[in-house]
Ligand binder design. Structure first.
Ligand SMILES: [Fe+2]
Ligand SMILES: [Fe+2]
Length: 358
């Protein structure tokens, strides 16, 4: 697993598009730059270098100590269950599962790369400490998923991905909002799936889902780190930045809603109602984000859910090749509608830290 992190550090030195051998089919899929696919990010490292966590020093040191204790050090070890014969899996479920794993491994690995790159480019010891251990975790997660893909005879060449994928530049504050939310929503997704299979073990068609409980605690902890970074630098959650927070909350929620609904069949195979699942995950993420964001999306307002649904319908039509430019304009208009829907103010708690209790 650690090999992945080393790969990330090695490749991040030359993270520019480069000629590479023709990728296999699954790598080609992970490389697609469709708007809904996980992206690879880069940022302003000089600015990150200047971060100070002095105002939250005690909590910061506690969190770093927790990372160093590495509670999941021995968690990502395969058992005999993984060697079972999965050849009888319904071919449609198999295809959906591979897609799910491929997009998950890309997301995990993009975190691994970004965090490794930040560690490598920064001299600030606090930043280096944090991003080193987070990159370690994401490399471990990516490696674990990748091994399951290998079981299904699927190869995702992560090295190729790193070298050839287009990088999106994000200012550090956007990295905080986006990564904080993706870590917390990752937690909410994994724990919701895990709890579902606790209730319906007969639907658990692969052992990887049993690993989700401890796994999601890593994601939760990663989110805690970004919450602390934002609390230590309060200007990123104040003033006009409130609009950016509103934007990122809506972008993350609506993207997840669209992506999951386009995969309705996969959730159906697991016995999960995708509408119910998305509502739970989005509500949970919204509740968690009140630890640090000064506002929340009003999820009790049915207009919000109607617009998420409309976003899905428009994207579905586009995926079927319908709508053209007009559909894109409708997506933009719908997002503006989401953005203009009133939000609720939130008084953040004095103590930013939170425990995963769901
Ligand atoms: Fe992860
Ligand atoms: Fe994470």
């Amino acid at each position: 697993m650690y090999q992945l992190q080393r790969d990330a550090e090695q490749y991040s030195a030359t993270a520019t598009p480069a000629a590479a051998a023709a990728p296999n089919e699954t790598t080609a899929k992970a490389l697609e730059n469709a708007t809904l696919n996980p992206r690879f990010y880069t940022t302003d490292f000089d600015e990150m270098n200047r971060i100070s966590v002095e105002t939250v020093r005690e909590q910061w040191d506690e969190l770093i100590a927790e990372f160093r204790r590495d509670p999941n050090k021995d968690h990502f070890k395969r058992t005999a269950e993984f060697e079972a014969d999965f050849s009888q899996l319904d071919p449609r479920l198999r295809r959906e599962f591979i897609e799910f794993l491929t997009s998950s491994v890309t997301a995990e690995f993009s975190g691994c790369i970004l965090y490794a790159e930040i560690k490598k480019r920064c001299r600030n010891q606090d930043v280096r400490d944090l991003f080193g251990v987070m990159s370690r975790d994401e490399g471990r997660h990516a490696g674990f998923i990748n091994h399951v893909l290998n079981d299904f005879n699927v190869q995702v060449d992560l090295g190729f991905l790193t070298r050839a994928k287009k990088y999106t530049f994000f200012k550090p504050k956007y990295i905080y909002y986006a990564t904080y939310l993706s870590e917390k929503i990752g937690y909410a997704r994994y724990i919701t799936i895990f709890r579902h299979f606790e209730q319906h073990p007969d639907k658990r068609f692969h052992p990887i889902f049993k690993w989700f409980e401890n796994w999601c605690h890593d994601e939760f902890r990663h989110g805690e780190a970004f919450a602390l970074l934002m609390r230590a630098n309060p200007s990123v959650t104040a003033g006009l930045n409130r609009y950016w927070i509103r934007f990122f909350l809506l972008a993350v929620f609506s993207t997840m809603y669209v992506r999951d609904h386009l995969r309705r069949d996969f959730f159906g195979y697991m016995g999960i109602d995708v509408d119910d699942y998305d509502r739970r995950v989005i509500r949970l993420t919204s509740t968690i984000s009140k630890q640090v964001f000064p506002l929340e999306i009003d999820l009790d307002n049915p207009a919000i859910w109607a617009r998420f649904e409309k976003m899905y319908q428009l994207n579905k039509a586009m995926a079927e090749g319908k709508g053209g430019v007009l559909a894109k304009l409708k997506v933009a208009a719908n997002f503006i509608g989401l953005f203009l829907t009133p939000v609720k103010d939130n008084a953040v708690p004095a103590d930013v830290r939170m425990q995963p209790v769901w």
